[in-house]
Design a protein around this ligand. Structure first.
Ligand code: PHE
Length: 426
């Protein structure tokens, strides 16, 4: 259970509450959600098992895990390095959005949300994106918090907190869901989310659904390898992966079931883009009894969920600097941190850069990393070690062959076909 909560702390983050609703809105709902769920189940879960398994088998950090399972100078180590690059770029814009959540925490504390009209709430987001210093200031504050936690070595302490925060976040989402159910736009919102309208789905949308499955489950950059290295041989790896993926999907669906009814009730555009939750959720909170307290609680939890994910992302960068460049942990945090701060400026000041970096990381780098991990674990890793790891402590040991088969054929095939489809070749 401790492992699942820690892994869920990494998986549940802005991807679930901020990103999933907004890309679902942009892709017209319904069919996109279905493709996403299929990607989670058919590609995400098998790859998650592979990543955690590699971590537990090698007890190493991401890049070293590949190295320990291949010959010196082997190109397989490149998958690990690609993961480090993805982690570095991902943090550059993830921190910008986490900074928005911090700004909204501040707005909640100073009581600027409760009682506001929907227009005023929209004005708050417009004012935030219009002010470069505000955006950058909060982004740096969030990054400092992340680096501080990693440098001080209190990651485990934070994860312990996550054990309280994560279930509380779930409860709060249920409260908001209760409110959404009473709204005029409830039926329309749910229809948008689960109704089958395939005409809106494009090849780019399918790529985005696949990419988001990796993003939301924290896969494709080796981050879960780190979590696997904490796992003991008595733990049930496959069940833990399923539970982590299930929790993550539940939070994403809950967030969307809150966001879309609000959007339809207040005639807000579902395809409004990255600002969607920062407009919809405060609009509802502003109207609710106890809204000022609830909005503080919501945004504190959102920052917290972002923090546990950002720690997992930054860990990939620091572990690489420690293992491959021989830096001390503190030096690695400072060097890695400075590099992230520098690269964090463009996505924070330019929406075009933000979209570009997100597009590259989520839709290409993470699925490519996932493809590499799947092929490496299925085809390259020592077979006896792989089987032993899958079966050790597992109630699902009898599914070893099924999992391996899925990882060998359908997973790589799916990723390659979606890539080719996205560039128009199939
Ligand atoms: N899964 C996290 C989220 O959904 C983001 C993340 C990606 C964390 C990769 C770690 C590694 O917000």
């Amino acid at each position: 259970m401790g492992f699942v909560l820690a892994a869920a702390g990494s998986a549940v983050g802005l991807g679930n509450i901020w990103k999933f609703p907004y890309i679902t809105g942009e892709n017209g709902g319904g069919a996109f959600v279905l493709v996403y769920l299929l990607c989670i189940l058919l590609v995400g879960v098998p790859v998650m098992i592979a990543e955690i398994l590699l971590g537990r088998a090698t007890k190493a950090s991401p890049v070293s895990a590949y190295r320990s399972q291949s010959r010196p100078g082997s190109p397989w180590v490149g998958i690990g390095v690609l993961g480090v690059l993805a982690a570095y770029l991902l943090l550059s814009y993830y921190s910008a959005v986490a900074g928005w959540a911090m700004h909204y925490t501040y707005l909640s504390v100073t009581n600027e949300i409760a009682g506001s009209s929907p227009e005023q709430v929209q004005g708050l987001f417009a004012a935030l994106t219009a002010s470069v210093p505000t955006g950058l200031g909060w982004q740096f504050a969030f990054l400092l918090l992340t680096f501080g936690v990693v440098a001080a070595g209190v990651t485990h302490g934070i994860e312990r907190w996550a054990r309280i925060m994560m279930p509380s976040l779930l409860v709060l989402m249920l409260v908001l869901l209760g409110k959404a159910m009473t709204m005029d736009g409830w039926g329309e919102g749910i229809e948008f989310l689960f109704g089958m309208r395939t005409d809106n789905l494009t090849a780019g949308g399918v790529l985005e659904a696949l990419g988001h499955a990796f993003f939301t489950l924290s896969l494709g950059m080796g981050s879960m390898i780190t979590y696997g290295s904490y796992l003991s041989s008595k733990d049930d790896l496959a069940s833990a992966s399923l539970l982590t993926a299930g929790t993550d999907t539940l939070v994403a669906l809950l967030a969307s079931m809150v966001v879309f009814p609000i959007a339809f009730t207040f005639a807000l555009e579902p395809g409004a883009g990255p600002g969607l939750i920062f407009v919809t959720i405060p609009t509802a909170l502003a109207q609710m009894a106890g809204g000022s307290i609830l909005s503080i609680v919501f945004f504190v939890m959102l920052v917290f969920a972002a923090l546990t994910s950002a720690i997992a992302i930054f860990e990939v960068v620091t572990a690489y600097l420690v293992d491959d460049f021989g830096l001390s942990r503190n030096k690695a945090c400072v060097t890695g941190g400075l590099a992230v701060v520098l690269i964090g400026v463009p996505p924070s000041v330019s929406a075009v850069w933000f979209d570009r970096v997100d597009y590259f990381v989520s839709n290409w780098a993470l699925p490519l990393g996932g493809l590499g991990i799947a092929v490496f674990v299925a085809w390259k890793m020592n077979a006896a070690l792989r089987r032993g790891e899958f079966e050790s402590g597992s109630r699902l040991a009898k599914f070893y062959r099924t999992w391996l088969w899925i990882l060998k054929y359908p997973v790589p095939a799916c990723i390659v076909v979606v890539f080719l489809h996205a560039v128009g070749l199939v």
